[in-house]
Ligand binder design. Structure first.
Ligand SMILES: Cc1cc2nc3c(=O)[nH]c(=O)nc-3n(C[C@H](O)[C@H](O)[C@H](O)COP(=O)(O)O)c2cc1C
Ligand SMILES: C=C(O[C@@H]1CC(C(=O)O)=C[C@@H](OP(=O)(O)O)[C@H]1O)C(=O)O
Length: 361
């Protein structure tokens, strides 16, 4: 199931939403990294279900167990296995879709590809798998922190409620101060009420997560196929429910002229190369230029809604699927740590690729 991700810092995830556990095996993590288990757990806590009334009400401790690759608090350079047990599966919520396809979930496509599917909680297609990505991404963040790389994401749009403030004027330390994970408390409150209203109607809504990465050194990325922005795009588009990715000026940039869009290169007072503007989003020619990297990720409204919907079953009969179970009315509050984790996995991999390439003979 396309299970290895990354070239040097590789991850392989396993587990289903209603199986025994979910977990990850990380290969290629350098030895000697201080393995801060509390930090890894705190990242998992940001993602876990049941956080507030605007997330799924499934209650999971998501308490991580480390099975290998760590000795006396440091990574040993050998495979690191991390595991989270599932505790609050309620598979009967899914009995009714054993042979039915929910509109816009992965039920039909998994069935067509494999000829069968674990319908309980969406099985492998459930975003429960992202537990494993967040655990591995937290480890990647620990490696990147040694280089001074700081990855922050936040909710910038829910439905049509859009945060207009430029990121430089936001206090990103406020992101974790509210259940929505929007750093503007007034907007966060409006977004919360909106998601709650949608939830009460048995419906769902989409949103946008913005990411802002400071301290990334110039020179990460590849010039042709594995461009830094291409790998970031792939990483983000591999997250459940993601519909769009844009970096730098993105789609808005097309309306500008070259004379407006070009990022003029200067040397600052310390002799450091900078650009006066950053429409490039910190990446030029697929390689980081040392300016902040920023991008946006668009998530669709959650597929499983608490309403009856037309569909078909495995035999092709027309049926009505009823919405049951515990679901997120909007995924973006819990997807913030997932976006950060995937960005960290991309950056750490490029950092390690450079180390190998530049190693003296
Ligand atoms: C954090 C997070 C939570 C999600 N929660 C739900 C959920 O409760 N119910 C649901 O139907 N989909 C949920 N999804 C989305 C589905 O996993 C996703 O739509 C499904 O795997 C089909 O994939 P696709 O939408 O990318 O095509 C969630 C996604 C994320 C990122
Ligand atoms: C369990 C999690 O989220 C789940 C993501 C999800 C989906 O279809 O993606 C559907 C729901 O699954 P279930 O009905 O099995 O509870 C969510 O609760 C989690 O993120 O840990």
């Amino acid at each position: 199931m396309g299970s290895i991700y990354g070239k040097i810092f590789q991850i392989s995830t396993f587990g289903e939403s209603h199986g025994a556990a979910v977990g990850v095996v990380v290969q290629g993590c350098p030895a000697g990294i201080n393995f801060d288990l509390d930090f890894i757990q705190s990242e998992l806590d940001r993602r876990k279900p049941g956080q507030s009334r605007i997330t799924t009400q499934r209650k999971e401790a998501d308490s991580v167990e480390v099975l290998s690759g760590v000795f006396e608090g440091k990574t040993t350079g050998t495979p690191i296995a991390m595991l989270v047990w599932n505790g609050d599966q309620r598979s009967k919520d899914y009995s009714h879709i054993a042979d039915q396809f929910r509109p816009s979930h992965a039920d039909y496509t998994y069935f067509i590809k494999y000829g069968l599917r674990d319908y309980r909680g969406g099985g492998r297609s459930s975003a429960r798998e992202t537990v494993a990505r967040v655990a591995a991404g937290a480890l990647a963040k620990l490696v990147l922190a040694q280089l001074g790389v700081d990855i922050k994401a936040y909710v910038s749009q829910v439905g049509t409620l859009k945060l207009q403030t430029p990121v430089e004027q936001l206090d990103l330390s406020l992101t974790e101060s509210n259940a929505v994970r929007c750093p503007d408390p007034t907007m966060a409150e409006q977004m919360f009420q909106y998601i709650d209203e949608i939830r009460k109607q048995g419906d769902s809504v989409g949103g946008v997560i913005s990411a802002y990465i400071k301290g990334c050194p110039a020179g990460l990325g590849e010039p042709v196929f594995d461009k830094l922005h291409a790998e970031l795009g792939k990483a983000m588009l591999s997250i459940n429910a993601v519909k769009g990715f844009e970096y730098g000026s993105g789609f808005d940039g097309v309306a500008l002229r070259g004379s407006e869009h070009n990022d003029v290169i200067v040397k600052d007072a310390d002799g450091k190369v900078r650009t006066l503007t950053n429409h490039s989003g910190g990446i030029q020619g697929g390689i980081s230029n040392g300016e902040p990297i920023y991008f946006r990720v668009g998530f669709k409204p959650v597929a499983t809604i608490m309403q009856d919907q037309d569909s078909i079953n495995e035999k092709g009969d027309k049926i009505t699927v009823s919405g049951k179970g515990r679901h997120d009315p909007c995924v973006v509050p819990r997807a913030v740590p997932i976006v950060e984790a995937m960005a960290a996995l991309v950056l750490v991999d490029f950092y390690l690729r450079n180390r190998v390439i530049q190693m003296p003979a």
